[in-house]
Design a protein around this ligand. Structure first.
Ligand SMILES: Cc1ncc(COP(=O)(O)O)c(C=O)c1O
Length: 362
């Protein structure tokens, strides 16, 4: 039996009819942009997260750009961001007119820490992006003690929590992606900004609509970046399933441990108080390439994450000064491998993958 890296289709099967009915409602209502579905989803997701405001936008990348501008960033301001993340976390900083400054991460949690962020701060630092990498909440509450706004990039962490508070409710603002492979994935692109700050929410709402609050007066140069009604209608069906799906992912993570995977590879370390969303199940091995090749040959899909960290990406060269040292990031980039993870997989998958890992490394 081959095992794909993700399976987001199987958990959707029982929801097909409800999704189709909601989409039909949108078609019959004839309102496709910023209508009742987006408003209802924003309220329901805000209640789920435990924040005052959610603002739906077109994707998770725009969510970061818009949130940074709503947090008051100006041209040339520095934003500390990890290099070990998806490209969008830093790309959005540049789109917002600011300057990304790359910091290192912790070898066990793969997330930024108070110390790695502090080491990258300068007098020009105006914000921090705390990425909840692979669905593990970053230590955002601690980072807020560093004295500048913290934007939590929770694109990979819908369903996670830290000390009983949801990922997405931990920073001055947070952003989500509803890209289809995410834990809460739409049927196309989508994203959201979450915040308790009324002023940030108001500005983000204006920025997503061309910088206008009333569609007549344009106060800022903004964006055309809205979550659309059909995606919001679908997300309203999926949101009540998120906690159940997250529990299944947590059970699979436990099953990997129970199957003895830790005897062969370095397992992720869950920080105290954290309940990860397990967006990806990422392990470490010194000969990652051989492991990937062996597992793929055995029909088990795996992938290196993130083999080229952002400070080594061509477009980020202007922001990667000579002498920038990110030793843990470089080491993790060389050794991390994502193994299959899905709410649709059970202990039999964990056993099969673990057996294949053992056989490959024998
Ligand atoms: C950590 C992180 N930030 C930002 C994004 C950007 O989201 P989107 O693809 O919806 O623009 C993604 C995923 O794609 C991501 O994984």
């Amino acid at each position: 039996m081959s095992v794909p890296l993700f399976d987001n289709a199987t958990p959707l099967q029982p929801l097909r009819e409800r999704i189709a009915a909601r989409v039909a409602e949108v078609i019959d209502g004839g309102q496709f942009i910023l209508g009742p579905q987006v408003q209802a989803f924003e309220e329901e997701f805000a209640a789920y997260l435990g924040v005052r405001h959610v603002i739906g936008v077109a994707n998770g990348t725009d969510a970061i750009t818009i949130a940074l501008r709503a947090l008051g960033l100006n041209r040339g301001d520095e934003v500390v961001v990890p290099s070990l993340t998806f490209y969008a976390s830093a790309e959005a900083v540049v789109s917002a007119g600011a300057t990304p400054v790359f910091c290192d991460v912790d070898a066990d949690t793969r997330n930024v820490t108070f110390d790695t962020v502090r080491a990258a701060m300068t007098p020009r630092t105006r914000a921090i992006i705390a990425v909840d990498l692979f669905g593990f909440p970053a230590p955002t509450p601690e980072l807020r003690e560093l004295g500048v706004p913290v934007l939590e990039d929770a694109a990979q962490a819908a369903g996670a929590s830290l000390d009983g508070r949801r990922a997405g409710a931990l920073g001055d603002a947070a952003t989500f992606s509803f890209y289809p492979s995410k834990n809460l994935g739409a049927f196309g692109d989508g994203g959201a900004i979450a915040t308790d700050d009324d002023h940030v929410a108001d500005l983000a709402r204006a920025l997503r609509f061309h910088g206008s609050r009333d569609k007549r007066t344009f106060e800022y140069v903004g964006y055309n970046s809205r979550l659309d009604e059909i995606q919001a209608a679908i997300l309203r069906v999926l949101l009540p399933e998120l906690d159940r799906w997250t529990e299944s992912r947590r059970a699979l993570a436990r099953a990997y441990e129970d199957a003895g995977l830790g005897e062969h590879v370095r397992l992720p370390v869950v920080p105290p108080g954290a309940e990860p969303a397990w967006h990806l199940y990422v392990v470490g091995h010194d000969d990652a390439d051989a492991l990937i090749e062996g597992l793929n040959a055995a029909g088990i899909q795996t992938r290196a994450y993130y083999r080229s960290p952002l400070h080594r990406q061509p477009a980020m060269a202007p922001f990667a000064p000579a002498g920038l040292e990110l030793p843990i990031t470089n080491e993790l980039a060389r050794t991390l491998i994502a193994l299959p993870m899905s709410a649709a997989f059970g202990p039999e998958h964990a056993r099969q993958v673990t057996d294949a890992v053992a056989a490959t490394l024998r």
